[in-house]
Design a protein around this ligand. Sequence first.
Ligand code: GYE
Length: 609
Amino acid sequence: MLAALVFLAALLVGCAASDTLPPVTYVIGISQANMREPWRLVLTRELQEEAAKHPEIRLVFVDATQDSDKQIKDIERLLGYGIDLLIVSPCDAKQLTPIISEVYQDIPVIVLDRVVEGYDYTLFIGPDNESIGKQAGEAIVNMAGGQAFSVLELRGGANSQASVSRSRGLEGVFARHPHIRTQVVVVENETRDAAEDIVASLDGQLADVDVIFAHNDYMALGAHRAIRNGPNAAKKIIGVDGFAGQDGGLELIRKGVIDETITSPTGGREAIQFSLDILKRVSGVPKQVILRSHNITEANIESYERSLDKAPRALTGPVRVGYAQVGTESGWRIANNSSIREAAIDFNVELTMIDANQVQGKQIEAVRTFIEQEMDVIVISPVIDSGWEPVLREAKRAGIPVLLSDRNISTGDDDLFLTYIGADFIEEGRRAMRWVEANVSPDKHPVRILELMGTIGATPTIERKAGFEAVLAENGSYSIVESISGDYTIEGGRRVVENYLRWNAWDIDVIFAHNDDMALGAIQALESAGIRPGEDVKIVSVDGTKRAIKAIIDGKLNCVVECNPFLGPQLMKAVTDLMSGKELPLRIITDEKVFTRENAEEELPGRSY
Ligand code: GYE
């Protein structure tokens, strides 16, 4: 503690006393889970290297030595120093959640690597560990080439969130390839030496193993050491991390020690860049940035390393973007359209946007036209989530990158698009049901819910439903009595309620509408039938349009879970980053709130859609 204090004091005094150094404007506290795991050391180095480019910030590090109680005290101490922003890489996400949400009430917090529960932080940056597992699984499937194949998996313990998710991704791939068999060995502390001992002790059982997959490159190196001088020396080895430097995955590939590694970015560089955006109150900072992982082998290591050093190139002239939009079905979409158009102007992007009137075929046709027009980038907000592979392959063949905005697609092939920018629809659904649970109590009978779904097959529809049902499933006193699509329109919402009333006496306690427009339509239908919306039936919806917030104030709507339509700046930033040669994250998730009677009044004046 003393050391950190002295360190900070020296920094501040040092800067005040010197005229040559620019003044320190921001002090960023960094609470590290530990400073001994190689992954953490790389993270520290990246944070320092990036911070060195910005003289107005100073970093103060504290090391929790892998002890959550210590990490909590560390964070309290950093707060005592008056830091402006906290970056935390938690030892144990669950135990750190309360302190992180407490800090977040006062200053911005960036969480790295392990997701804490809830959304009480400013920004999360980390890899997608399930994707890493999936990518490792795909590497193994390629190696197997359709033959019977046997895998020895060296994974971390049940407490390692990353390891658990990686195994899930791996198993998902193997479930589709029954010719691949796995034997799992847990290496509790995930170190090189422990892996070496374990693999050495398995000696006799290794004869059948074709590939060793270790959840990090250090264990992969340990496995190599265990087998290098024996009859198993030729076995293939795959690791995870792909760091540069001594004994890093890249060096191991070059030396032929391991055959493949899946990169697991630390997010250190991005954390500093976003810290500055947050501290300078730049708009459009997302809620989550999920980084992309790459499969590296001897065949592509050169080009991968070159891409790491590449300085961004300056753009000459406007970037040409073709955007296949959903339509103009809702207030949300209209706001989304203007956000995109305005941001295109700000970012000097020449935008061609088509309105598909909620018809996927029209979007596919538009994408083909964009390919013919040789657009620089194609952006799609897919009406529905399936059926995209053929046209995305055409774009890929033409060498035109595709970004997904707002809605996602379901595909086994993440290589068909570069990044997804949008909301966490599952969380939106969860938030809606959490409000119901907290505010509508089951007195005599279970609470009866009518669900007004959006367009069938659209990601927000699928995921809002899934999130809502996941929370509902934890409580036996709530049930969805009907789920009907109102296609995200006012008319659709009105029609569903009118039809319900045609066949049933009103027996609904809660309406969950997947968007505000359908809720507004439902309100009209209820009022015509003499049922008081907001009173006789509670209504929860998603989006946060001005009309919906007004309806809360008028007492006709009870809760609105925000879905942020202002994706334009983040999207155009991604487009220009991409064109200047930067790598894009796998997913960029936007920040959102919940509105109820408590905060609607205060929110209304600031609502622009
Ligand atoms: O919630 C709804 C719109 O895809 C998130 O589409 C979007 C949804 C939005 O029509 O109002």
